[in-house]
Design a protein around this ligand. Structure first.
Ligand code: ADP
Ligand code: GLC
Length: 470
């Protein structure tokens, strides 16, 4: 039994967000359950690739339109990640540093998918399951069934995981010429509203689709950036499976990036030491509780609300709180956040950019993590926060609703239902007041750290889905 995960991100090879964390962890836990698992992703000019040994296991060529592309398949020699890792390199297309945002991104994704199928064909690889993550690899199930060259894979089962339905990979029909030849009677399977829509094609052609939480699946039936009817119509093959945490990486007891490791019993003291070290580098007050935001500056994450939230915390609460923001993205949001720093707001600091180690350090130092997301298919930040004893303050949507139970309902976090600034600041105020009832707060830290958001359970659900469809 062998599953091939196709994805453009995988931690620690190339990470932009949670997709990488999932693809870097799920296969490892699947191998523990007796399946063979492999990840196939594009080759990136990045440290992991430069620092590890790879062997060229296959070379081939194919036409993308009139352009002849050469590709190489590189296998990491030592299975360092706990599963087989294959990188597809295509000079001029898949040999760059960044994962997204190149002007020819759509052509890169098509080339990646075509190369994978061509390699399978030339090496006669017949997986048990092909597992496609998000729209970047959304054309694969269609091509496995209806392309002239690759329909030898027509009986292989395919699973799609929707990490984010907002992005769909829309491509103009004029680009159809770049795809491997396919049965043109089936063009409708690629189409949505007059464009090639890889996410729609994925949902139409896969044998089963999953979302990264149950709550998000329900939401997609109602609102999915135009695909809600499709998700609803195909619901018979859908299941929500919440993401887990890779405890080999995200555990404050062994996390090598921290200034101070700690377990459940010394959580408050351990976190304080991390916070004190942070205060030596950044403008926060270690005597106050620390609230952090970690994430992409995108409206989806509610990052645009941060300046107003901070300004609207009344003086009463502002003096009882430090705030730290780690993120990058939308330049408009970034400049608004920057203007708060320039205004010299007390006990407030920011790091603009992407810094994996700083993120770990913040989960360990913080008392509260704020997630005012408008959309959150699962969200890993709140899971990491809880594992590190940090109280999540979240908008009750998608995976946040599923994983954060409010203190008022015998849970361990703080939730809010609307995105009015007053409602969010009230939720923060509730967390600050709770912090001040020290004994309960510390008890709650221990409670959160013992919650079981492990991959073991979720990986087993994926395996049981595979078994159902084969
Ligand atoms: P998404 O994938 O939508 O961005 P998730 O909550 O699933 O959201 O995952 C985000 C991941 O990216 C987490 O591992 C988080 O710690 C990390 N992350 C986000 N922004 C940054 C940043 N600026 N620096 C370091 N890590 C970040
Ligand atoms: C996407 C979603 C996020 C989810 C992640 C991993 O990036 O936005 O909510 O946690 O994928 O599944």
């Amino acid at each position: 039994m062998k599953v091939f995960h196709l994805s453009v991100e995988c931690y620690p090879v190339a990470k932009v967000g949670g997709l990488a964390d999932v693809v870097g962890a799920l296969p490892k836990y699947q191998t523990k359950l007796g399946w063979e698992a492999a990840v196939v992703m594009p080759w990136y000019n990045r440290p992991f690739v430069r620092d590890h040994d790879f062997s060229l296991v296959h070379e081939g060529t194919f036409y993308q339109g009139s352009e002849l592309l050469n590709y190489g398949v590189y296998k990491e020699n030592k299975n360092t990640l706990g599963f087989e890792l294959y990188l597809i390199k295509i000079p001029g297309k898949l040999d760059r540093e960044e994962v997204y945002c190149y002007p020819d991104e759509g052509e890169q994704f098509i080339a990646f998918q075509h190369a994978v199928l061509n390699w399978f064909k030339e090496k006669n690889i017949i997986p048990t399951i092909v597992h496609c993550h998000d729209h970047h690899v959304g054309l694969v199930p269609f091509l496995m069934k209806y392309s002239n060259d690759y329909n030898f894979l027509a009986d292989v089962k395919t699973v799609a995981t929707v990490h984010n339905g907002q992005y769909q990979g829309w491509t103009h029909w004029s680009k159809a010429i770049l795809l491997p030849a396919f049965d043109s009677w089936k063009w409708g399977l690629l189409d949505w509203d007059g464009l090639i829509n890889p996410l729609a094609a994925l949902i139409k052609c896969c044998d089963a689709y999953t979302t990264v939480s149950e709550g998000y699946l329900e939401e997609l039936y109602v609102e999915a950036n135009g695909l809600q009817h499709l998700f609803y119509d195909e619901r018979h093959k859908s299941v929500g499976i919440v993401n887990g945490i890779d405890w080999e990486i995200w555990d404050p007891e062994i996390d090598y990036t921290l200034m101070e490791n700690y377990g459940t019993e010394q959580a408050f003291a351990g976190k304080l030491k991390n916070k004190q070290a942070l205060a030596q580098q950044y403008k926060i007050n270690p005597k106050l509780p620390l609230l952090v935001f970690i994430g992409r500056f995108a409206t989806e994450k509610g990052a645009d609300l941060l300046p107003d939230i901070i300004l609207n915390l009344t003086a009463e609460y502002r003096d009882r709180l430090s705030i730290f923001i780690l993120g990058a993205g939308d330049p408009v949001i970034q400049s608004r956040v920057k203007s708060l720093v320039d205004d010299g707001i007390e006990n407030f600091d920011v790091f603009f950019g992407y810094d994996e180690n700083l993120a770990h350090w913040l989960y360990a130092s913080a008392d509260f993590l704020l997630m005012p997301s408008r959309v959150e298919p699962c969200g890993l930040n709140q899971l990491y926060a809880m594992k590190y004893g940090t109280l999540p303050i979240v908008h009750r949507v998608g995976g946040l609703k599923d994983t954060v139970i409010d203190l008022e309902n015998d849970g361990y976090g703080v939730g809010f239902d609307g995105l009015a600034i007053t409602e969010i600041t009230e939720a923060i105020a509730r967390a600050i007041n709770f912090y001040e009832s020290k004994k309960q707060f510390e008890g709650n830290q221990r409670k959160m750290m013992c919650l079981d958001f492990s991959w073991d359970k979720s990986a087993a659900k994926y395996i049981s889905l595979y078994n159902q469809i084969i």
